[in-house]
Design a protein around this ligand. Sequence first.
Ligand code: SF4
Ligand code: FES
Length: 370
Amino acid sequence: MSDPGTTGARANPKPPMALLAELTYRCPLACPYCSNPTEMTGRKAELTVEQWADVFGQASALGVLQVHISGGEPASRRDLEEITQAAVEAGLYTNLITSGVGLTRKRLDALDAVGLDHVQLSIQGVDAAAADEIGGYRGGFERKMAVAGWVREIGFPLTLNAVMHRRNLDRLEETIELAVRLGARRLEVACVQFHGWATLNRGGLMPTREQAVAARDTVAAARERLRGVLAIDFVPPDYHAKYPKACMGGWGSVGLNVTPDGHVLPCHAAASIKGLSFERAQDRPLKEIWEDGAAFNAFRGDAWMQEPCRSCERKTIDWGGCRCQAMAITGDPAATDPTCSKSPRNAALRAAAEADAASDAALIYRRSPG
Ligand code: SF4
Ligand code: FES
């Protein structure tokens, strides 16, 4: 098999390792940094348990090892336990990505009984006032603390996910302390990525450059201090970085995403790329979509790259950055991610980020579909 990055579209890409299963876009919270699209399908379009079972079976046969069961809020589905059981029966490692709202001790026990492997709980802030304000849901923080306790009692490994932005980055140290207090094994410090709903809130959420630098230092010190206690993953604010992240580990390389109505995407924001069309898991075998689907092959390899990526020594490290970010900022999904310092648009992007970081824009809260 050829190296994935040095040719054009590949006839036989390596199998994906992970599947992001977005069970629903419904969610009781209203986080303004949500990466779900601004136009969301509602309950009536959602895949059934049987359809998810089919997706999981096909994914497992294709080589997928783990499924991230997500949303929206997956607990908004009353049949979450049955869907999880289907994933377990397909032989997948199951990670539930949840806000905790909608989960009870009884539901967690039921998820344990069907074989759920891991829980990833999001936190919006380190106390009720901060968390409930950003989540737009009173009582959310208290519920999360209860869920974290039940998760610990049942014995699920726990990861905390904290989306960080201008309004909470100064409390990063407290966020890390909270993760330790709650018995998490891993903390994801994920600086907000401006996709989906978050694109409406650049002015309200963009970190300052000083915050970006301080966050990097805080994470480095905490990793050292908490070695063996808490693993910390860090997604830096790429608007202030030198090079972009290798989004999705490279387009169509390691993971795929199935939306609530069955569309199979190379990443969660791919539908924002105009000109690509996406197939549904109900209409075509997953293996064919992964290997031959036009959307999956659009940005595989390097044949699609423009300069400066095409002749850059980092092109098989970051794969030109994020296609969705290139689309959102330049209108051209094949452009170099403008967060790269080599991009001709980088200076303008940085100036815009500075302006956003100084903005007093009010937050636009996410609305849940019915
Ligand atoms: Fe990555 Fe392209 Fe920037 Fe090189 S020019 S570092 S490949 S985004
Ligand atoms: Fe789509 Fe980065 S989010 S490629």
